[in-house]
Design a binder for this molecule. Structure first.
Ligand SMILES: C[S@@+](CC[C@H](N)C(=O)[O-])C[C@H]1O[C@@H](n2cnc3c(N)ncnc32)[C@H](O)[C@@H]1O
Length: 555
């Protein structure tokens, strides 16, 4: 479906009456505990954007006289907020926004839904006072980039909803951009010399660009008077059904989303059903809520692969899909406590529907196969022991345990660990081969003292904030032969890899690094870094590094 890309939030937040000057601030969630310029980077959007802004100004040799406000030490008047300006977009930031220099200044304007080569009209919303950038709303394309193709846009909410900014880009351009995100992450956040970082591999992908998300969590807000009603002990009254959906780009407002084409078909049907239910039951809510739409999969008997079983819950969502000759029934769960099941390379994974599990089932087989092919050293005997730190419900332990004699997973969530044990059992893995511990990842080192470090691989898959120093120190002390670092935030991944590979204090070198397109149409990329223990007096030659990257294959 094509859509006309013109005004977005600007059209709906026209002028000062409808939006306060500072409302655009929610573009960036600042981690209050960590300031931007400390050595320990937090990989936040603001920090990442700032690196891109500074790189652009440096490249154009635009300095701002010692002050960092981008108006040349106050010599230049910045345009009033809500002024519309035409801008030439030169860069695409790692957080997904177009970047353009504000004419006559040393300041960069951050414009969503724009790509390099576009000339766009943008509405200036907020001049950052500490840093040389201005946040803007996209208004319209004046002259499109040669690489923009608006006929690719598959969602009616493009340029309004805060998700899926890359719909006007070809898949190849998105994948290439994600590769540069990883390159920049290692350049800006690892602290390693360029020679220590191998060429980043091509971004691997699944088949789907739309229809991939197995989980959506739309929300709705309470009416403005709800708090007062509750305080006075009055029932909360709803004059109408509120918008149910996602954030309107650059604002704190929720916009109504009837359909989300990045959801799988079952999830899209579930979204429709859930919206209908909320519409009917809105008067029972006392406050806003986040809804859950999570795909649930059941294999069908080969004897009747086309029949929807009569006991199927939510049959209105039910779809039959055949994967690798197995027919599967897909439905959508909306109760966070009920169990959702997914299959990855024929392995079964159960989870509470509201708990974490990777939400792109389409790419998981590609990803798991790739890790299986990299987890052992290429030219020495296979390792025997596996440690899965941040194991969740056991995706990696279960998917890799046949490659090791002993595996152990750890996760801070006792519930995830209970499911990890069940998932191992479902897949016929005895507890003598794979065991799980509930605890902080750093606790793992007390449990693996009898693991031979020189025959052990460690998989790390922390949350966006990455690992902490106590964990990294203990990992260095334990010194497993190989580390496979998976991350949905390549910036904190690069920071942590920088600690492990520090030429003076680290013990590893990067064998390969590459991205996986878990989140098509967005600026997110899942990073996979393989680290090998440095041998005594060993530094990898450039030749060796090139060999490794040449091995990378397109998915
Ligand atoms: C990105 S998820 C990965 C889960 C799993 N590897 C998967 O792919 O399904 C990160 C996991 O780290 C866990 N976690 C967060 N902080 C932790 C900590 N300090 N120690 C152990 N686990 C932690 C969370 O509970 C979550 O399951």
């Amino acid at each position: 479906m094509g859509t006309t890309v013109e005004s977005n939030t600007a059209a709906q937040t026209n002028g000062t009456k409808k939006r306060a000057f500072n409302e655009g601030k929610r573009h960036f969630k600042k981690n209050k505990k960590q300031k931007i310029d400390t050595n320990w980077s937090d990989g936040s959007n603001e920090e990442v954007l700032l690196k891109d802004v500074r790189s652009l100004l440096d490249r154009l040799n635009l300095k701002n006289g010692g002050s960092d406000d981008g108006n040349e030490g106050g010599k230049t008047e910045l345009p009033e907020p809500f002024t519309e300006v035409d801008l030439d977009i030169t860069d695409l930031s790692s957080v997904g926004d177009g970047l353009a220099v504000l004419p006559g200044s040393s300041r960069v304007v951050v414009v969503p839904f724009a790509m390099p080569g576009d000339r766009v009209t943008a509405k200036l919303i907020r001049h950052d006072r500490q840093h040389p950038f201005t946040v803007a709303d996209f208004v319209k394309v004046v002259t499109p980039s040669e690489r923009r193709d608006d006929s690719r846009i598959g969602c009616q909410y493009f340029s309004k909803c805060s998700g899926c900014q890359f719909q006007m880009m070809s898949r190849d351009d998105q994948l290439a951009h994600k590769r540069t995100i990883i390159e920049k992450a290692y350049r800006h956040f690892s602290g390693l010399p360029a020679s220590a970082v191998p060429t980043v591999g091509n971004t691997k992908h699944g088949e789907r660009e739309y229809g991939y998300r197995t989980k959506l969590t739309p929300h709705f807000d309470a009416p403005p008077h709800a708090r007062r009603d509750r305080r006075h002990g009055n029932p909360v009254t709803w004059e109408s059904v509120p918008p149910i959906g996602f954030m309107l780009k650059g604002t704190r407002k929720t916009m109504d989303i009837e359909d989300c084409p990045i959801g799988t078909d079952a999830v899209r049907r579930g979204l429709k059903r859930e919206r209908q239910r909320v519409t009917e039951e809105i008067h029972t809510y006392k406050r806003g809520a986040t809804l859950l739409c999570r795909e649930h999969t059941t294999p069908l008997p080969l004897s009747s692969p086309d029949t929807i079983p009569s006991d199927t819950s939510n049959p209105s969502d039910a779809l039959i899909e055949t994967v690798d000759s197995t027919p599967y029934l897909r439905t959508c769960i909306t109760d966070p406590k009920s169990i959702s099941t997914e299959y990855v390379l024929n392995k079964r994974f159960d989870n509470p529907a509201g708990a974490f599990f990777q939400n792109n089932n389409d790419i998981l087989p590609v990803f798991i196969r790739r890790i299986r092919s990299l987890i052992h050293p290429p030219s020495s005997p296979p390792l025997t022991h596996l440690v899965d730190a941040y194991s969740g419900s056991g995706l990696f332990t279960v998917s890799l345990s046949d490659l090791f004699t002993h595996s152990i997973g750890i996760d801070v969530s006792a519930q995830s660990i209970a499911f990890a044990s069940t998932n191992a059992a479902h897949n016929g893995i005895p507890s003598s081969r794979a065991s799980f511990i509930a605890g902080d990842a750093a606790d793992i080192f007390a449990h693996v003292r009898d693991f031979p470090a020189d025959k052990t691989a460690v998989v790390l898959d922390p949350s966006r904030k990455g690992c902490d120093m106590p964990f990294l120190r203990q990992l260095l002390e334990f010194a497993p032969k190989r580390v496979c670092y998976v991350s949905c935030n390549v910036h904190t991944q690069a920071r942590d890899v920088g600690v492990l590979c520090d030429p003076a204090t680290g013990k590893y070198e990067i064998e390969s690094v590459e991205g996986f397109d878990f989140f098509p149409l967005t600026a997110h990329v899942e990073g996979l870094a393989i680290l090998r223990l440095r041998e005594e007096g060993d530094t990898a030659s450039d030749e060796q590094k090139l060999d490794v990257t040449a091995e990378t294959v397109d998915a």
